[in-house]
Design a protein around this ligand. Structure first.
Ligand code: G4P
Length: 535
């Protein structure tokens, strides 16, 4: 390697080590938007959360990342928010979709190195959090838990921690413990050094909360019973295996736990510090042959999300790729491993212009938005240099909603077919077929029903082909391991077999009961489970 080459390698490894790329997983209303804003506030990318008071305004700013970028001049793609905190570069990936909970959300998790599981102190683990946690577990993603809304009445801290063990088998390792029960929040005990971090309210949580650190003795004298109780409870948990240990955290069998209030900005700085100090940094990603791709190898990335129509005037398509190795430089020509064709990234420049100037260069852990990327599909690998590299494709998840799609206007059947193929290849919905149903009426399958609405809307607006969707009663999908057993399941009454575009045979059942009956009737039936998801 030349001296310059060595210098670049050192630089890439150093830059990667500064990156923390994570997503927040939560159930709607747990406070993800509020926490996102509070984190950004602490990183001083926005000066005052108060600028976005009120639900309508706040949602506008936080969920509409482009508007936020324009207003604040920070680097955002619609998929990721990037900001620096101290010496670290934080990439916070948006897990979209409250209502439109879909595969999109799952795929984002393939692009992160850790996740923050955000819980509402009054509710604990909720259904969508559980689904997302399942994906994290499946992928071995380390999870940090933030128990939010401690400023108002909720459940007991110990009870919430027990729930982690009992329901998802995750050992809680408290890094902070709340002082004052939910609703009477005074601060936290720092479990690593035993000090009391006292928070002072700022008006409406408008600015980062003031913090004061007190020794245990002073806390005892000033706070009394609440302090003693916090000490006792935290010690109890530590004694039952909750002492902080990075190894089980990295192995995703234990989770550091913090308590706070996003709306009051309590505990948010602590969370950022924990992310910087403890969260995993980008590591070599395994390629399709199982070989780790060194961080300092030439540029490589994989596409985890494709989004169309961000700018309605241009019907553009943006592909979001996570950098796995090397340096991305705007304008470079890379190869798409799926097609073997070159892909010129100069278009990124045209669209992003100055506002996204930080995308001039990107390092492992960063997210790059590529404009006019009509040739790119979810799961594609991009690389430069030699030899070629290809990362494993992204998993498709177990769908739980199914609908037969037909063109509403037979004169537009060709456009309809083309549109369905396009949506399938982008991963907007899964497209299933069978000989019995024929080619003209494919079955669309989705993890979340909102995916159908998106598909129908896009078929109409982009392909001029209105779709007539007829919902099917199936709710449970299994992998049919042996094609020879197809006829056992494919009765078309309470179960059916359809083949996905990737060649997977899916056995669909109207409910768990129908699946159980089938299993009893045919004990020899080999049915595997599909990744994560709906059942
Ligand atoms: P989401 O993105 O996860 O859906 O949640 P979001 O941030 O929109 O928060 C949902 C509701 O929870 C909001 O209230 C928000 O203010 C509130 N919230 C978030 N964090 C905290 C917290 O730490 N403490 C308390 N007490 N509330 C919190 P809302 O009434 O729906 O809207 P708003 O009018 O208050 O903004």
């Amino acid at each position: 390697m030349t001296a310059a080459g060595q210098q670049t390698a050192v630089n890439v490894v150093g830059e990667a080590a500064r990156r923390r790329s994570f997503a927040v997983i939560s159930h709607p209303d747990a406070g993800k938007s509020t926490l996102t804003e509070a984190l950004a506030l602490h990183a001083r990318v926005i000066s005052e959360a108060g600028a976005v008071h009120g639900k309508a305004g706040r949602r506008g700013v936080v969920s509409d990342w482009l508007a936020m970028e324009q207003a604040r001049g920070i680097s955002i793609t619609s998929a990721a928010l990037q900001f620096s905190y101290g010496d670290a570069v934080i990439n916070m990936l948006d897990t979209p979709g409250h209502a439109d909970f879909s595969e999109d959300t799952y795929r984002v998790l393939s692009a992160v190195d850790s996740a923050v599981m955000l819980l509402d102190a009054a509710k604990g683990l909720e259904p969508q959090t559980l689904k997302l946690f399942d994906v994290c577990r499946h992928r071995g993603i380390p999870v940090i838990t933030f128990i939010n809304k401690w400023d108002r009445p909720g459940r007991e801290a110990l009870e919430l921690c027990d729930e982690l063990v009992e329901r998802i088998g995750l050992q809680p390792m408290p890094l902070t413990w709340p002082v004052g029960e939910a609703g009477q929040f005074r601060g936290v005990r720092d479990c690593l050094d035993g000090t009391f971090v006292r928070y002072a309210r700022t008006v409406g949580g408008a600015t980062a909360a003031a913090e004061e650190r007190l020794t245990s003795d002073r806390a005892h004298a000033e706070v009394g019973a609440d302090w003693l109780r916090a000490e006792e409870e935290a010690d109890l948990l530590v004694a039952s295996g909750g002492d902080f240990d990075p190894a089980p955290f990295f192995a995703a069998t234990a989770t550091p736990v913090l308590f706070g209030s996003a709306v009051l900005n309590f505990g948010v700085r602590h969370l950022l510090d924990v992310l910087v100090e403890l969260a995993p940094r980008p590591t070599p990603r395994q390629d399709a042959d199982g070989e780790p791709r060194r961080l300092e190898a030439p540029f490589s990335a994989f596409v985890f999300k494709v989004q169309t129509g961000m700018d309605p005037a241009h019907r553009d398509q943006i592909a979001f790729a996570r950098v796995c190795s090397g340096v991305f430089e705007r304008g470079m020509v890379v190869t798409n491993a799926t097609t073997g064709r070159p892909f010129a990234t100069k278009y990124a420049q045209q669209m992003f212009g100055q506002q996204r100037s930080t995308l001039d260069t990107a390092y492992p852990g960063d997210v790059v938005g590529l404009v006019n990327a009509t040739a790119l599909r979810v799961g594609d690998t991009l690389y430069s240099g030699k030899p070629p590299v290809r990362f494993p494709g992204l998993p498709s998840f177990a769908p739980a909603h199914f609908a037969v799609a037909r063109p509403a206007d037979l004169g537009r059947a060709k456009q309809f077919r083309k549109g369905v193929e396009q949506l399938g290849s982008e991963g907007v919905v899964q497209v299933l077929r069978s000989d019995r149903r024929g080619d003209a009426a494919p079955v669309l399958a989705a993890v979340g029903p909102m995916q159908f609405e998106v598909a129908a809307h896009r078929l109409e607006t982009e392909f001029g082909a209105r779709a007539a969707l007829e919902r099917l009663p199936y709710t449970v999908a299994r992998h049919l391991d042996d094609p020879a057993q197809r006829t056992l399941v494919d009765t078309g009454r309470r179960s059916e077999v359809l083949t996905r575009a990737d060649g997977t045979d899916l056995a669909l059942f109207i409910d768990q009961h129908a699946l159980g009956v089938m299993r009893r009737l045919h004990p020899e039936l080999a049915l595997g489970s599909l990744v994560a998801g709906a059942d």
